[in-house]
Design a protein around this ligand. Structure first.
Ligand code: AMP
Ligand code: ZN
Length: 450
């Protein structure tokens, strides 16, 4: 399996550092609001990544942090007049419900920042002891970028001529405004009741230190794989490297992977631009989790993806085609004509998660299965779906059928139980007139859109 490493800017063979386990850290959500589907593009990419690693017979230990203290969560909680933990709980719960809807496999650990303040303080103390951090007159503690020679190696920028010794208190800044960044932020009146005691007085951690401290706690000082959206690459991931490597003197992460943005009319989907849809927005409009997942994983993760409702319509049609083919297939030993497509599928996903290629192999299998009126290829579909996570095997999402069709199906089930075949056939035609096809099996009726 080859993946593109943002650090070396090359395709590299994915290999565990030891044993058969890949240790993976994925930057998680800031729980101040419902995540939008741009965020879910990143989480869906990471899900496909972990599923592909597992498809190849390796184990994954994935850690995804929950940022439950920062400027935005504090502002939200104080504006709502509730405790920070109560405020963030709503969005943590919503996040986990959304992951389920999108069929995203759970990570092994979801550490929350507020549960790891002592680890962050210990890491800042280490950086102070090494002379790469200092407390400024405002009480906050900063990382001295000038003292870490490797600064800029992930973003591939030589900052030597730009290091002015300026300071930047904000968590996010751009390459033109590089300065010493905050490790620990001194308490301010706007923080209200939020704060922790530290050797530098009351305050709270910066965003970047959170990920360095929690990743090393659960995955070790050196681990294999770290991912996020491309906007995380700088400064967030650059700063994570600086903090970790300055503290331990060891390599922090071997491979970095970043997914491109989900865009709307050419612009990054984001809360601040106001051009976003939450998952809930789309579910409320009648789209299903698997249709949305299909759109998010269908493009190559390093290519831009423009969000459009027409893509959801295409996803619905494509999934119906897959469902119809799968419904005809049976268990048993897979024939060569199917194994050939599985091979092409494996080659595609192992080539830096080439999902367009993987879907092409899936549709080649669909075509051949249709030509054979089915065949013993369910296991091949299942293996592909281990990575894709979009296929239904026999079940239909009840919510996808219009109420009218559901009603006719219920009447038809009754008619069949009473062995009233004429009525059963009449109802089949009535359902067909609405655009749906019914199939009968020992398990009962299955209904798909025609
Ligand atoms: P945040 O909650 O803003 O820290 O973002 C959580 C994750 O979503 C990070 O990995 C971001 O890089 C990613 N992300 C944010 N916006 C987008 C977008 N429009 N497309 C893809 N990923 C995004
Ligand atoms: Zn992070």
């Amino acid at each position: 399996m080859k993946v593109y490493n943002s650090l070396t800017r090359r395709l590299e063979e994915l290999r565990p550092l030891t044993g058969d386990e890949i240790r993976l850290y994925t930057c998680g959500p800031t729980v101040y609001n419902f995540a939008h589907i741009g965020n879910f593009r990143a989480y869906a990419f990471e899900d496909v990544l972990r599923r592909t690693i597992e498809f190849n017979g390796l184990k994954v230990k994935q850690v995804m942090n929950l940022t439950d203290v920062d400027d935005k969560t504090i502002r939200g909680a104080n504006a709502a007049g509730v405790a920070l933990t109560d405020y963030t709980k709503t969005y943590k719960d919503a996040f986990f419900a959304d992951l389920k809807k999108l069929n995203i496999e759970p990570a092994e650990v979801y550490p929350a920042a507020t549960d790891h303040i002592p680890e962050m303080i210990a890491l800042v103390e280490k950086l102070m002891a090494k002379g790469v951090a200092y407390q400024s007159e405002d009480g906050s503690v900063y990382f001295k970028v000038r003292e870490f020679p490797g600064y800029g190696k992930l973003a591939h920028i030589d900052f030597d001529n730009q290091r002015t010794g300026l300071r930047c208190a904000a968590d996010e800044y751009d390459k033109e405004n590089v300065g010493d960044f905050a490790l620990w932020k001194a308490w301010e009146a706007s923080d209200g009741p939020v704060g922790w005691d530290s050797p530098w007085g009351r305050g709270r951690p910066g965003w970047h230190i959170e990920c360095s401290a929690m990743s090393m706690k659960y995955l070790g000082e050196t681990f294999y794989l770290h991912t996020g959206g491309i906007d995380n690459l700088f400064p967030h991931h650059e700063n994570e490297i600086a903090q970790a490597e300055a503290a331990t003197g060891k390599e922090f992460v071997r491979t970095w992977m970043h997914c491109a943005h989900l865009r709307v009319n050419g612009e990054k989907m984001s809360k601040s631009a106001g051009n976003f849809f939450t998952l809930r927005d789309l579910l409320d409009k009648g789209w299903t989790g698997r249709e949305i997942r299909y759109v998010l994983v269908n493009a190559h993760y390093r290519s831009g993806l423009n969000f459009a409702f027409s893509a959801l319509e295409d996803a619905r049609k494509s999934l119906e085609r897959i469902d119809r083919a799968v419904a005809q297939c049976t268990e048993g030993e897979a024939p060569d004509w199917a194994l050939k497509h599985l091979e092409a599928f494996a080659a595609a996903v192992n080539d830096d998660l080439n999902l367009p290629g993987a879907f092409a192999a899936l549709f080649a299998l669909v075509r051949d299965a249709n030509a054979h009126n089915g065949g013993p290829v369910l296991e091949v579909f299942r293996k592909m779906d281990k990575v894709l996570g979009v296929i239904f095997f026999g079940k239909r999402e009840a919510e996808q059928l219009p109420a009218e069709v559901e009603k006719l199906l219920a009447e038809r089930a009754q008619a069949r139980a009473a062995k009233n075949w004429a009525e059963s056939d009449r109802l089949r035609d009535a359902i067909a007139a609405l655009g749906y096809a019914v199939k009968d099996s020992r398990e009962g009726q299955t209904c798909t859109r025609k």
